[in-house]
Ligand binder design. Structure first.
Ligand code: ATP
Ligand code: MG
Ligand code: FE
Length: 348
């Protein structure tokens, strides 16, 4: 198969082309700069930007892959979860391409896309793995068997803010801008990660082992900044950013490795936008090495939203013999991750 993947769930417009597990090429546009002044993504602006970017970005992907539109044999698109206005645009583009070529269309769960991104770099997933998804809207520990053929077991999620959301909120309160992840990481360079001991929520004995909470951490950072300002002291932004990162990373890696141990598995996969974070990558590598666990993290460009990861799921679905979702598929902005395809096939 030569599978075209389409992603438009947030502020990235992505088209990717994957064949037999190999990424042939991709195109990516972002409206992030248009949202910066609002401190977060504005759905209507994102939708309009997807509309404007769709055709040019598809052309870039085809050119990058060295294929013609008529070479596409299947189309896969994020049909949820995401911003309703934004998902609709990419899904409509995907339907148009599939209809005009007369090829099958597959609806893909965005988070399955994040997980599949890793296969483009490191090959097929092992028979079983623990996948830690850390993105702008989700923080989940999953027990994954066959990503496209088996139900996905949720071990735990966040009670409040997602890890990426925590980065974005703390960035805003430190005056570092949007998106927050890269901004905090940059500010944290040279900072002392032990300067402030911010709370590590849900790590006490008796706490739910795989459940996260990041809103208290955000509040703790806010209180720290306020009391420094009240005392007329300079706010050590690098130290605060580094200490905040360390607190987030500590909880994420501790819980993910706990899942690995409890399930008796040996492969941890970390995906999603926050997996681009260097401190997370370094700390996870160190602790996985110490525990004899294989760590897989996609290259940074495949961590944040892109079309290649959606094409990767489509390619797995096609090769796994899945039935197409069909052109009548609707966007599902709050889709829960039970399986990689949307809607879930009957009897899944
Ligand atoms: P979801 O996938 O849950 O629907 P999303 O698609 O908006 O949400 P992603 O594109 O996967 O999320 O990731 C974006 C998030 O990743 C943002 O919150 C951003 O701040 C965070 N992020 C990006 N780069 C980094 C980094 N280097 N360090 C930490 N966080 C980062
Ligand atoms: Mg984004
Ligand atoms: Fe995402």
């Amino acid at each position: 198969p030569v599978v075209l993947g389409v992603e438009s769930s947030c502020d990235e417009t992505g088209f990717g082309i994957v064949s037999d597990g190999v990424l042939l090429g991709q195109g990516l546009a972002s409206s992030a700069s248009q949202h910066a002044e609002f401190g977060g993504v504005v759905p209507e602006i994102a939708a309009r930007a997807h509309l404007e970017a769709a055709v040019p970005t598809l052309r870039i992907a085809l050119h990058d892959a060295g294929v013609e539109l008529r070479d596409i044999t299947h189309v896969a698109a994020t049909s949820g979860p995401g911003l309703a206005t934004a998902v609709h645009v990419g899904l409509a583009a995907a339907k148009s391409v599939a209809w005009s070529l007369g090829v099958p269309l597959y609806g893909v769960h965005h988070l399955a896309g994040h997980a599949a991104a890793d296969t483009l770099e490191h090959g097929p997933l092992p028979a079983q793995s623990i996948i830690l998804i850390v993105s702008g809207g989700h923080t989940s520990i999953l027990h994954v068997k066959d990503l496209v053929a088996d139900p996905i077991e949720h071990l735990g999620d966040t009670l409040d803010d997602a890890a990426g959301e925590a980065f974005d909120k703390v960035s805003r309160l430190l005056g570092l801008g949007y998106p927050g992840g890269p901004a905090i990481s940059k500010a944290a360079v040279g900072g002392d990660p032990e300067a402030f001991s911010f709370p590590r929520a849900m790590l006490r004995p008796g706490d739910q082992p795989y459940v996260f909470s990041f809103s208290g951490l955000k509040t703790a950072v806010a209180r720290t900044v306020e009391s420094l300002e009240r005392a007329g002291e300079e706010v050590p932004v690098a130290d605060i950013a580094a200490s905040f990162e360390q607190a987030v990373v500590d909880v994420l890696v501790t819980k993910a490795l706990r899942a690995i141990e409890e399930k008796g598995l040996d492969t941890l996969v970390i995906v999603g936008g926050v997996a681009a974070n260097q401190r997370l990558r370094a700390v996870a590598q160190e602790r996985c090495d110490a525990a004899g666990v294989e760590l897989r993290i996609p290259p940074i460009r495949l961590c944040t939203d892109n079309g290649a990861m959606i094409a990767a799921v489509g390619d797995l679905l096609v090769r796994g013999g899945a039935s197409p979702s069909g052109l009548q598929i609707a966007a599902d902005p709050s889709a829960v991750l039970h399986g990689a395809q949307l809607p879930l096939p009957a009897g899944f």
